[in-house]
Design a protein around this ligand. Structure first.
Ligand code: UDX
Length: 429
């Protein structure tokens, strides 16, 4: 099969770039990966994987003969017509996406009728159109452009690439769109082939909708608390309606990560830039910010003042199976606890190295039980499997107090209570 597969270039070797590269190599393409970070490229050449993503190391190793790494975009241009762009688009102070990395790639591509830019990075709706205008001004109108948003989730990115719910391809109906359709064909996923602006909007709207679902169930949880309802039961009852669906109805201490906070902000800002006030998203963002702080109120309720109180944070990453700390709820939580004078010790099975770069004023432990030693209270921040399977009898023995706040509603209240612990979830009876 590999002989008939188009070679591709992938520019940017972050989560999206590396998984896309390894995924297409698995499907038989020769892949030229480019990044401006020379150290990262050197590591990749040595077979090291710079991020923690289950299954990625194996996928890269299995396809290493088809994968090439370089800091020079010319290597990709010389070997492939289709150049996937997977560079960062972080938020700016105004909430707009920072497109300077995308722009730098566009500037680096010479005039060509042979090449196409395939946009994987999440960009505001209208980016494709403005890049086309820039290409025209630079006499590079022959370049083809395709929007092909990525929907992978960190922690299951490899599986998401190989078994996508859908593939969305936005283009003007030319050769490049056809070539991308062909690249994805072996995956057998439903295909949405549309115009560029609509493809860009599918990505932003999908992430904003999922974030809305989370903020909605978090508000239901907050209303459950004074009314005696249990949000886990409520979500189960709601989710069985297949118009609603059971996914993304897990109440907790808010969403984080590299996508939801950034993309929700970007969509709100995009609307604002054209004079439309996206009220719903304003609320989604505010609910999420407040939700990160709800644990503080619960700790105060049980412990009174927090000065000198020993608090164990179990998990720090924005979700399990990743070392990503971007916009993690633990960042706000640990900073608030520190500001309130608490004595915080945290444990995360994988994210400690990343956390140390961002979090100050807290101690790190090598195991959950070490973090829990003499703690007045514990907070489950990230539902790592290892933390869900703790020996709660041993936890009760290690702690000075009994309070365990389940920030992800992922623990069994009964089991904890039987071990003599005081369980409190988010919106749970
Ligand atoms: C998300 C989108 O799911 C993915 O399609 C897109 O390409 C990138 O953004 P990701 O950021 O990897 O993926 O994480 P996801 O699993 O979606 O979780 C995001 C956040 O929402 C996490 O902090 C998670 O803890 C939280 N979450 C998720 C909830 O609080 N409740 C839920 O029910 C689901």
């Amino acid at each position: 099969m590999s002989d008939s597969r188009q070679p591709i270039g992938v520019i940017g070797t972050g989560y999206v770039g590396l998984v896309t590269a390894a995924g297409f190599a698995e499907l038989g393409s020769e892949v030229w990966c480019v990044d401006i970070d020379a150290e990262k490229i050197a590591r990749l050449r040595r077979g090291e994987v710079p991020i923690y993503e289950p299954g990625l190391e194996e996928l890269l190793a299995r396809n290493s003969e088809r994968m090439h790494f370089s800091t020079d975009i010319a290597d990709a241009l010389a070997n492939a017509r289709l150049l996937f762009v997977a560079v960062g688009t972080p938020p700016t102070y105004s909430g707009d996406a920072d497109l300077s990395a995308v722009q730098a790639v566009a500037d680096a591509i010479p005039a060509s009728r042979e090449h196409a830019l395939i946009m994987k990075s999440t960009v505001p709706c209208g980016t494709g159109a403005s890049l086309r205008r820039v290409f025209d001004e630079q006499d590079k109108g022959g370049l083809a452009y395709v929007s092909c948003p990525e929907f992978l989730k960190e922690g299951t990115a490899v599986k998401d690439f190989l078994h996508p719910d859908r593939v969305v391809i936005g283009d003007d109906g030319g050769w490049a769109g056809d070539a991308v359709v062909e690249l994805y064909a072996p995956l057998g996923a439903p295909l949405v082939r549309t115009d560029i602006a609509s493809a860009e909007m599918v990505k932003l709207a999908s992430n904003a909708f999922l974030a809305t679902k989370i903020s909605f169930i978090n508000e239901i949880a907050n209303v459950c608390e004074p009314t005696g309802a249990d949000v886990v039961e409520v979500a189960r009852g709601m989710g069985l309606d297949d118009r609603i669906g059971s996914k993304f109805l897990q109440a907790g201490i808010g969403y984080g990560g590299s996508c939801f906070p950034k993309d929700v902000d970007a969509l709100k800002q995009l609307a604002g830039n054209s004079g439309y006030h996206f009220q719903l998203l304003t609320a989604v963002i505010e609910v999420n910010e407040l939700q990160k702080r709800r644990v503080i109120g619960k700790l105060h309720k049980h412990l009174g003042g927090l000065v000198g109180k020993r608090i164990a944070l179990l998990g720090l990453a924005f979700k399990p199976n990743t070392d990503d700390m971007r916009e993690a709820s633990s960042l706000v939580l640990s900073a608030r606890l520190h500001a309130d004078g608490a004595d915080v010790t945290a444990y995360d099975p994988v994210a400690e190295e990343q956390a140390r770069k961002l979090v100050t004023g807290i101690a790190f432990a090598d195991s959950a039980l070490e973090a829990l030693r003499d703690a007045d209270a514990a907070v489950l921040v990230t539902e790592w499997q290892e933390l869900l399977e703790l020996d709660w009898g041993a936890v009760a023995e290690a702690m000075r107090g009994t309070l365990v706040i389940d920030g992800r509603n992922a623990l069994d209240p009964q089991l904890l209570r039987e071990s003599g612990l005081l369980y409190e979830g988010i919106g749970r009876r």
